[in-house]
Design a protein around this ligand. Structure first.
Ligand SMILES: C[S@@+](CC[C@H](N)C(=O)[O-])C[C@H]1O[C@@H](n2cnc3c(N)ncnc32)[C@H](O)[C@@H]1O
Length: 298
């Protein structure tokens, strides 16, 4: 895999302290470097560290939204990239502070070719960051979401994996990489949940959103990306397993229906034989004139 920046980085890291805050896997950075378009004009990330070193080299203008943790000394992710001689400090704009506050206030977004979401990881912070960034992603831009093994971040990855605006490019370790398609941008100031593929697949527009268990909802949600991560099985295997389980459930339902049909047939046979006995009995024949007489009266 061609990754000249990360090759140089590894040579530096081998003689430098290990970065406590920057836990980003170097192999993932290698993969990202190999997937990049010819030219990255603008990029951004939430959080900072090892990734900042790479992005400042491959992007003409890189914006970092992160906490200023310089007083954390050895554990500081800001000092980590600042002290690395490979970092292109002239290409970085640093927006200090919690992204929960800096992103809503920021009004200088550029059209982005690359975005990494790797700042605060608690729910709903990655979603919040996604909201402020997604309208600025150019068609073809890479969107990288780290730590999708965290269930709530995995759910965001599930959503993106199904959305028209993205194609899934790779899943390396716990990092999901998506590419922005040229599908129109979902209006960030309107509603429209029913038009989103993730929702459409789970809830028919003709049905109530609160579907009972065992409904179509369950069959789809079992196919999450996070299942793929947790169970360590291939996605295809997982889908096959889910389909086989569905078939098994349907077979059980069919078996029950067959049993009901057999029982109903038995009841019909029993009723028929009672009727036959009644019709052929002597009391039935003796009372025939009375029934005929009653018929005339009616
Ligand atoms: C997992 S580290 C990022 C690692 C980095 N991508 C790398 O390659 O080394 C998480 C980063 O998010 C920052 N962070 C945590 N909470 C934050 C918040 N509320 N707003 C902005 N940055 C935050 C941390 O200071 C840290 O830089």
């Amino acid at each position: 895999m061609k990754s000249p920046v990360i090759d140089k980085y590894e040579a530096w890291e081998s003689v430098r302290r290990s970065h406590q805050a920057g836990v980003f896997d170097t192999n993932v950075l290698r993969t990202i470097e190999s997937l990049l378009p010819q030219r990255v004009e603008n990029s951004a990330e939430t959080g900072c560290g090892k990734s900042t070193i790479l992005f400042s080299n491959i992007s003409d203008h890189h914006t970092v939204f992160a906490l200023n943790d310089r007083d954390a000394g050895e554990g500081s992710s800001v000092l980590f990239y600042e002290e690395c001689p490979l970092t292109r400090m002239d290409r970085i704009t640093f927006i200090a502070g919690p992204t929960q506050q800096t992103l809503p206030a920021f009004d200088q977004f550029r059209p982005l070719d690359l975005l990494l979401i790797d700042g605060p990881h608690g729910f709903p912070f990655p979603e919040l960051e996604y909201y402020y960034f997604y309208p600025h992603l150019r068609p073809g831009a890479l969107l990288i979401l780290d730590d999708v093994q965290i269930p709530t971040i995995g759910r965001l990855a599930d959503f993106l994996a199904e959305d028209e605006m993205f194609e899934t490019v790779d899943l390396v370790e716990g990092t999901a990489i998506f590419r922005r398609t040229d599908a129109p941008t979902f209006d960030p100031l309107q509603d429209g949940w029913w038009t989103q593929r993730y929702n459409r697949r789970r809830v028919s527009s003709k049905r109530d959103i609160f579907l009972p268990s065992e409904s179509v909802t369950d069959h789809f949600t079992e196919q999450h990306l996070d299942c793929r991560l947790h169970e360590g099985e291939g996605f295809e295997d997982h889908q096959n397993k889910t389909l086989n389980e569905q078939i098994e459930r349907l077979n059980i339902t069919l078996g029950k229906r067959d049993e009901e049909i057999v029982n109903l047939r038995k009841e019909i046979d029993a009723a028929n034989s009672t009727l036959n006995q009644l019709f052929s009995s002597s009391s039935w024949r003796i009372t025939a004139p009375i029934r005929q007489f009653m018929g005339w009266l009616r």
